[in-house]
Each structure stands twice: as structure tokens, then as C-alpha cells.
Design a protein around this ligand. Structure first.
Ligand code: ACO
Length: 434
């Protein structure tokens, strides 16, 4: 464990002389953690933390979030600086390897990714097994998981070279898999990757281009795409990353783990929120309907939520949402969209929510998904692709976190305990006496 020498805390069971002394561990920044690993041995008790809101499940050096201050750091670098000055592949190198690359390392890393962008030709056939209207995330879960059937040469997770090559494969192939999911949906030919384009531009090419026409890459949109990928690249121990780590702790191969991550990301409380935001804006339809919608969201019985608002960790403005909001205006300007009714609606909704005591008291602010959907829609992506794009970006974080976990000598299989509230032991009752 890293950090300063741990202090300890003592937990005493009231009314008894039983107590446990537990070490307190400190990171480089952020709250310290109580190491409860010996609690059961000392007191015969587990801790109870559904949703893991108070539990640090691992030690990590990759991403740091201060949710109260609205700070997000990748390997120590503020997200605002990376968004402004870096590229997605440079950020990927940073997340994976811990440092920004020098000129030569950057070139080698980009080459390493770009030479793996094609998928095995046999993998193409997998798409035909899906209905044409399959959600891109359903296709991605299946096709990404199926990669493990194609790389038998590198499934040994204990081999550093296999881990290195699979990181390249996953980061490189995910845009191809996602773009082809869309092409399959709309019945257009799959476009093979173009390695002369950069990562984001190649993704836009595979998504938008058709063989019958010349494709012209738009640098402003390619940069916006790159930025969206940077902002979504990693986010500490979120649900999908924790899913990847949990799956990986069993020794499962990285392709299977990333497929698990994609499945976890799909939910509307997580990566599916960007799609849900657009659906919500569509349902609200007009500014006049905002008060009714806000009232519905505040009504506990309605189960409605203001999608794109609130976050388990951020109790302040999500720093990614601020950058997204700016980019949103830039993209709409580039596309010549002067008035976008959805953007107008989102701005109004945000303004009202930020001043409403319900949201203020609960510290609910816009998260990264509030504006990303508007940008992606303007760039020609159907809503069903939004979470798939998120998955493309987050693959970098998943792979980085998976590798960190495998290389952590303290890692054990992830195996939480429970508070059992079911029946106590009882005898089997034959069917004629039930
Ligand atoms: N709209 C309305 N009320 C909300 C919202 C929301 N979006 N989010 C939280 N609340 C309320 C809850 O009803 C609860 O109120 P209560 O204290 O009166 O019961 C309180 O705020 C706390 O909410 P929790 O659900 O306990 O917060 P939690 O940390 O578990 O949930 C989550 C975080 C899932 C992100 C939640 O805010 C949410 O559902 N937001 C909408 C979905 C969304 O945008 N998800 C994307 C997250 S970012 C990402 O994954 C990229």
C-alpha cells in the first residue's frame, strides 16, 4: 500500500469488551481509508455498504475525482488541460502507461493502435446473426466478447506482452466494432478503417462514409469527437470499471472483461444516460412543459429523473459538463445550426434546475451526459449510438484499470459479503404437504 505510515482507528462493540484496531491508509490526495480486511477476524462482523458509496475497493494511480470541488485528474493532469491541449491517443497513453509520451513514444503508441484497427474478417459474419434493429450496445457486447475467440495467442493474462498487445487491440478495434454496428443497423456496407486518419477522424469516416462517394473529413468535427473521447476516457471506479475489475479479478481474459464493462455501461443510470437525455428532451418538447416535468421529477412516486443531472461522486458541476457545453456551441456553429430547439431546451432546463431548491439541496448538477447527446445528434449520430461512443472512449479506462489490477500484487478475487435476511435453516417439505 502506498502513502504515509498508517494511523489506526479502534472500533469497540458497545456493552462488550470486544474491539478491533484497524489501520488507516492515506493516498497521495483525497480522503484516507480504513482498512477493514481484518475486521471479520477480529470482530466476526462485515461492513454494510450497498452501492459501495463508502467503500474503496482497490488502490489506483490512474484517475482522481474530488466530487465536492468538481475536479477530475487523469494521472494528475486536470481534465481541462488535457481537453484543451492533448489528443485522445496521447491521453490513452497517459492513462495506460502513467506518463505523457515524448515525441517518439507518441508516434510508436499511435502506430501500435492504428495497425490493429481491422477486425478478423470472420468477425464480420457475427453481425449477420443479429436482427437489423439490434441496439448497437447489444451488438457491441456480443462482438467485443467474441474477440476472445480470435486471439488465443494472447489470452495469458500473466504475460505482460499479451496484456500490451491486447490493450492495443481493444482500443483499436472498438471504433470499428461500433461503426459497423451502425452500418449494420442501416444496411450500408461496412467501411474498413483508414489508418492514414487519426483515431477520431477514422471513426467518423467508418461511421459516415459510403464506398460510392468521396468522404471529406471535417477537422472541427473530428476535433470535437476527439474531445468527447478524452472526456469519457476514464472516471475512476464507476459501475462499468468496477464491473471490468470484478470480472478481471477471476482471471477472465480482457475481451470478456470489456464485454462485461460494455453491458454495465449500457444502463440509463450510467452510460445510457446520454441517450436518455435526448429522449427526455424530446418528451418535454417545449419550454412551456418544463415546470410540469420538473414537478414530475420531484414527485417520489413518479420514478422520473432529470436525466443528465446528478452524480454519485460529483456534488458540484461535473467539470466535463462545462467543457461539453462549450463544445456544443462550437459544433453547432460549425454546422451552421443557429437555433437548436433541443439546446435551447437543455439550457433552460439547466437554468431552472440549478435554481430550484430540490436540486440545490441535493447538490444535483449537470453531468457529462447532459450536453454530449446534443453534440452527437448534431454530428449525425442516432441516439442509439451515444452509449456506444461512450464505450469506445471508456475502453481506454477499462483496459488501463484492468491492467493495473492484474499487475497489483495485492489483488484477490472480488467477492463481497452480504447481510442475510432470508429464512433461517428449515426442513424440506414434501410437495403433498405444502
Ligand atoms: N433527478 C431527480 N432527482 C434526483 C436525480 C435526478 N437526476 N438524481 C438524484 N436525485 C435525487 C434522488 O431522488 C434522491 O432524493 P432523496 O434524497 O429525496 O431520496 C437524491 O437525489 C440522491 O439520489 P441517489 O439516487 O441516492 O443518488 P445516487 O448517487 O445513488 O445516484 C445517479 C446517482 C444514478 C447518477 C443519479 O443522480 C441519477 O439517476 N441521475 C440521472 C441519470 C444520469 O444522468 N446518469 C449519468 C451519471 S454520469 C455517468 O454515468 C456518465
Amino acid at each position: 500500500m502506498s502513502g504515509k505510515d498508517p494511523n489506526s482507528i479502534t472500533i469497540t462493540v458497545e456493552g462488550s469488551n470486544r474491539s478491533a484496531s484497524l489501520p488507516v491508509l492515506s493516498g497521495t490526495i483525497g480522503p484516507s481509508v480504513v482498512d477493514i480486511r481484518k475486521l471479520y477476524n477480529q470482530l466476526g462482523m462485515f461492513t454494510y455498504d450497498p452501492g459501495y458509496g463508502g467503500t474503496a475497493a482497490c488502490e489506483s494511480k490512474i484517475t482522481y475525482i474530488d466530487g465536492d470541488a468538481g475536479i477530475l485528474l487523469y494521472r494528475g493532469y486536470p481534465i481541462e488541460q488535457l481537453a484543451e491541449q492533448s489528443t485522445f491517443l496521447e491521453t490513452a497513453h497517459l492513462l495506460l502507461n502513467g506518463e505523457l509520451p515524448n515525441e517518439m513514444q507518441k508516434h510508436e503508441f499511435e502506430m501500435g493502435v492504428m495497425r490493429h484497427t481491422m477486425v478478423h474478417e470472420q468477425l464480420r459474419q457475427f453481425y449477420n446473426g443479429f436482427r437489423r434493429d439490434a441496439h448497437p450496445m447489444a451488438l457491441m457486447c456480443g462482438v467485443a466478447g467474441a474477440l476472445s475467440a480470435f486471439y488465443h495467442d494472447s489470452l495469458d493474462i500473466n504475460d505482460p506482452e499479451s496484456r500490451r498487445i491486447n490493450a492495443f487491440r481493444l482500443i483499436a478495434k472498438m471504433p470499428t466494432i461500433a461503426a459497423w454496428a451502425h452500418k449494420y443497423n442501416i444496411g450500408q456496407p461496412f467501411m474498413y478503417p483508414r489508418n492514414d486518419l487519426d483515431y477520431a477522424a477514422n471513426f467518423l469516416y467508418m461511421f459516415h462514409a459510403v464506398p460510392a462517394e468521396t468522404y471529406h473529413s471535417n477537422p472541427v468535427l473530428a476535433r470535437a469527437m476527439d474531445l468527447i473521447l478524452i472526456l469519457h476516457a476514464d472516471h475512476e471506479q464507476n459501475a462499468s470499471t468496477s464491473t471490468v475489475r470484478l470480472a478481471g479479478s477471476t482471471g477472465a481474459n480482457p475481451f470478456a472483461c470489456i464485454a462485461a464493462g460494455i453491458a454495465s455501461l449500457w444502463g440509463p443510470a450510467h452510460g445510457g444516460a446520454n441517450e436518455a437525455v435526448l429522449k427526455m428532451l424530446g418528451e418535454i418538447g417545449h419550454k412551456d412543459n418544463i415546470p410540469d416535468f420538473i414537478a414530475k421529477v420531484k414527485d417520489k412516486h413518479s420514478h422520473a429523473r432529470l436525466m443528465g443531472f446528478g452524480h454519485r461522486v460529483y456534488k458540484n458541476y461535473d467539470p466535463r459538463a462545462k467543457i461539453m457545453q462549450r463544445t456544443c456551441h462550437e459544433v453547432l456553429a460549425e454546422l451552421g445550426i443557429k437555433d437548436d430547439p433541443l439546446l435551447d431546451l437543455a439550457v433552460e432546463l439547466e437554468h431552472i434546475a440549478l435554481h430550484d431548491p430540490y436540486f440545490v439541496e441535493r447538490k444535483l448538477y449537470p453531468n457529462v451526459d447532459f450536453y454530449s447527446g446534443i453534440i452527437l445528434k448534431a454530428m449525425g449520430f442516432p441516439t442509439s449510438m451515444f452509449t456506444a461512443i461512450f464505450a469506445v472512449a471508456r475502453t481506454v479506462g477499462w483496459v488501463s484499470q484492468w491492467r493495473e489490477m492484474i499487475e497489483d500484487p495485492e489483488v484477490r478475487i472480488g467477492r463481497p459479503r452480504q447481510l442475510y435476511t432470508g429464512p433461517t435453516q428449515r426442513d424440506y417439505v414434501p410437495i403433498d404437504r405444502r
